[in-house]
Design a protein. Structure first.
Length: 100
Protein backbone atom coordinates (compact mmCIF):
# COMPACT_ATOMS: atom_id res chain seq x y z
CA UNK A 1 0.00 0.00 0.00
CA UNK A 2 2.81 2.40 0.88
CA UNK A 3 4.69 1.56 -2.30
CA UNK A 4 1.58 2.27 -4.39
CA UNK A 5 1.27 5.66 -2.73
CA UNK A 6 4.92 6.45 -3.51
CA UNK A 7 4.63 5.27 -7.10
CA UNK A 8 1.62 7.52 -7.63
CA UNK A 9 3.54 10.47 -6.23
CA UNK A 10 6.52 9.63 -8.43
CA UNK A 11 4.22 9.23 -11.41
CA UNK A 12 2.83 12.71 -10.82
CA UNK A 13 6.35 14.12 -10.67
CA UNK A 14 7.21 12.51 -14.00
CA UNK A 15 4.25 14.02 -15.80
CA UNK A 16 5.06 16.65 -18.40
CA UNK A 17 2.61 19.46 -19.08
CA UNK A 18 -0.18 17.52 -17.39
CA UNK A 19 0.48 14.38 -19.43
CA UNK A 20 0.81 11.39 -17.10
CA UNK A 21 3.59 8.92 -17.73
CA UNK A 22 2.41 5.70 -19.36
CA UNK A 23 2.88 2.54 -17.34
CA UNK A 24 5.02 -0.17 -18.89
CA UNK A 25 3.46 -3.61 -18.42
CA UNK A 26 6.37 -5.99 -17.94
CA UNK A 27 4.47 -8.94 -16.47
CA UNK A 28 1.03 -9.34 -18.04
CA UNK A 29 -0.11 -12.02 -15.59
CA UNK A 30 0.72 -9.86 -12.58
CA UNK A 31 -0.92 -6.86 -14.25
CA UNK A 32 -4.13 -8.81 -14.86
CA UNK A 33 -4.21 -9.99 -11.21
CA UNK A 34 -4.42 -6.43 -9.92
CA UNK A 35 -7.69 -5.60 -8.15
CA UNK A 36 -8.60 -2.78 -10.53
CA UNK A 37 -8.41 -5.17 -13.49
CA UNK A 38 -10.62 -7.90 -12.00
CA UNK A 39 -9.05 -10.35 -14.44
CA UNK A 40 -11.38 -9.09 -17.17
CA UNK A 41 -9.42 -8.82 -20.40
CA UNK A 42 -12.08 -6.86 -22.27
CA UNK A 43 -12.27 -4.12 -19.63
CA UNK A 44 -8.48 -3.84 -19.47
CA UNK A 45 -8.20 -3.60 -23.25
CA UNK A 46 -10.95 -0.97 -23.40
CA UNK A 47 -9.22 1.08 -20.71
CA UNK A 48 -5.82 0.77 -22.42
CA UNK A 49 -7.35 1.66 -25.80
CA UNK A 50 -8.99 4.73 -24.25
CA UNK A 51 -5.68 5.74 -22.69
CA UNK A 52 -3.92 5.23 -26.03
CA UNK A 53 -6.54 7.41 -27.77
CA UNK A 54 -5.92 10.15 -25.19
CA UNK A 55 -2.18 10.00 -25.86
CA UNK A 56 -2.77 10.19 -29.62
CA UNK A 57 -5.05 13.20 -29.11
CA UNK A 58 -2.41 14.91 -26.95
CA UNK A 59 0.23 14.09 -29.57
CA UNK A 60 -1.91 15.66 -32.30
CA UNK A 61 -2.44 18.79 -30.22
CA UNK A 62 1.27 19.13 -29.44
CA UNK A 63 2.26 18.61 -33.07
CA UNK A 64 -0.22 21.22 -34.29
CA UNK A 65 1.02 23.67 -31.64
CA UNK A 66 4.62 22.97 -32.69
CA UNK A 67 3.77 23.61 -36.34
CA UNK A 68 1.98 26.87 -35.47
CA UNK A 69 4.91 28.07 -33.38
CA UNK A 70 7.40 27.16 -36.11
CA UNK A 71 5.47 29.29 -38.59
CA UNK A 72 5.82 32.25 -36.22
CA UNK A 73 9.62 32.01 -36.02
CA UNK A 74 10.41 34.00 -39.21
CA UNK A 75 8.10 36.84 -38.17
CA UNK A 76 9.63 36.92 -34.70
CA UNK A 77 13.14 37.04 -36.19
CA UNK A 78 12.14 39.98 -38.40
CA UNK A 79 10.65 41.76 -35.40
CA UNK A 80 13.80 41.15 -33.38
CA UNK A 81 15.94 42.51 -36.21
CA UNK A 82 13.79 45.65 -36.37
CA UNK A 83 14.02 46.15 -32.60
CA UNK A 84 17.80 45.81 -32.75
CA UNK A 85 17.98 48.43 -35.53
CA UNK A 86 15.77 50.80 -33.56
CA UNK A 87 17.96 50.36 -30.47
CA UNK A 88 21.07 51.17 -32.53
CA UNK A 89 19.46 54.31 -33.88
CA UNK A 90 19.55 56.78 -30.99
CA UNK A 91 18.15 59.84 -32.75
CA UNK A 92 14.46 60.68 -32.87
CA UNK A 93 12.43 60.06 -35.99
CA UNK A 94 8.84 60.37 -37.21
CA UNK A 95 6.65 57.46 -38.26
CA UNK A 96 3.28 57.23 -39.92
CA UNK A 97 0.72 54.56 -39.14
CA UNK A 98 -2.32 53.62 -41.16
CA UNK A 99 -5.15 53.50 -38.64
CA UNK A 100 -7.89 52.05 -40.78
Amino acid sequence: METEKNSIELGDKKSYAGIPEAEFVEDVDAYMKRPENNGNVDDVLKRLDAQHAKYKFMEYNLLSKKKRLQTQVPELKRSLTMIEKLEEQKEEFDTQFLLS
